[in-house]
Design a protein around this ligand. Structure first.
Ligand code: KG4
Ligand code: ZN
Length: 324
């Protein structure tokens, strides 16, 4: 079995995965959403302190499995430096105490592998990753062959939901709150501009849309918020669909997946389903419980890395907060 630790942002999570079967033997996550909600976003120092409290508590519950552990895996990149270090330090301590090797896992590959928890992998795969930190399209041939096709030049898809929610006083995370509010709203009432419409560039941008929404919020009353939320969700999604459509002209999809915290968005799922229909492409989605950050997805990557002998030494394993 492999014990895996995730602390890249505001979720403290540990899982145990059986190497031979991919079975998830143990999985626990303590989310800090409530603590950060009052600030309208994640406060890194607070997040680090909460990880330092939560991770050892979850680890204690894993004690019955200690004798069966063959490796310890941890998210080392990308994420917040002060929170990544909490997980990495704990993983190193477990590695020394139990004399087992370390596996250093990339969080974005973790999101891709959230599709394969307790399952075999399906490759090749075109992936749209939409989370709080990232918006990108990737071509995935295998664990070690991942090519980024397009990414955001500024804010991410999920982050724009968080910021719009904050403008409306809806707390953090904003995605679920905006989705809920948008359900009752008129998607056509606010004519926001689709970002990067006039450039052929395969890239994303959400800061302009966010600012347009800010102006609309400032000029309106609370009764208009549902229409602003609906129009924003519509245009934010249309931007993704528009760029994907462009990419599909030269690279028609076969297996297509949406992963990351914001892949839980139902409007996005529906629009992508419609986009894929003419291609007869298969749409892969993670279980809703594994869309947001968790350690089960890190454990699933770790199983494949273990099988390929991809270990890290105590000295070499370090955090890399930025995506590379
Ligand atoms: O993957 P994740 O848990 O953390 C990162 O790696 O960033 O993603 C969290 C992000 C937040 O920005 C949150 O607002 C967004 O996912 N999110 C959503 C929805 N549920 C979560 N965004 C839009 N619609 C949702 N239903
Ligand atoms: Zn994530």
């Amino acid at each position: 079995m492999i014990l895996s630790i995730e602390s890249s942002c505001d979720d403290s999570a540990i899982s145990i995965t059986e190497i031979a079967t991919n079975k998830l033997v143990f999985h626990k996550k303590i989310s800090q959403e409530l603590e950060h909600s009052v600030y309208g976003g994640v406060v890194p120092e607070l997040a680090a302190r909460l990880h330092a409290e939560a991770l050892p508590k979850i680890l204690q519950q894993c004690e019955p499995y200690f004798q069966d552990l063959k490796a310890v895996a941890v998210t080392s990149s990308p994420g917040l430096a002060v929170t990544l270090i909490e997980g990495v330090t704990l993983a190193k301590a477990v590695s020394v105490a139990l004399d087992i090797p370390l596996i250093s896992v990339n969080h974005l590959i973790g999101h891709i592998y959230s599709l394969f928890i307790e399952k075999e992998t399906t490759f090749p795969l075109t992936v749209l990753l939409v989370s709080g930190g990232h918006t990108q399209v990737m071509e995935v041939q295998s664990l070690t062959d991942i090519k980024t096709i397009a990414k955001s030049m500024d804010d991410s898809f999920g982050e724009s939901f968080d910021k719009v929610a904050k403008m409306m006083g809806l707390g953090y995370p904003g995605g679920p709150a905006i989705q809920e509010l948008a359900k009752e709203g008129d998607r056509k009432r606010y004519d926001f501009t689709v970002p990067l419409l006039r450039t052929p560039k395969l890239a994303f941008s959400y800061s302009g849309l966010k600012n347009a929404v800010r102006l609309a919020v400032e000029k309106s009353q609370e009764k208009d918020y549902k229409d602003i939320a609906a129009s924003f969700e519509h245009i934010a999604t249309k931007h993704l669909v528009h760029k994907l459509k462009k990419y599909f002209q030269t690279h028609p999809p076969k297996n297509f997946a949406i992963v990351g915290g914001a892949s839980a968005n139902l409007y996005l799922r529906k629009q992508i389903e419609e986009l894929l229909a003419p291609y007869n492409a298969k749409l892969l989605l993670s279980d809703l419980q594994y869309c947001s950050d968790n350690a089960a997805m890190i454990g699933r990557v770790a199983v494949d890395m273990y099988k390929q002998g991809m270990f890290s030494s105590l000295e070499a394993l370090d955090i890399t907060p930025k995506s590379i």
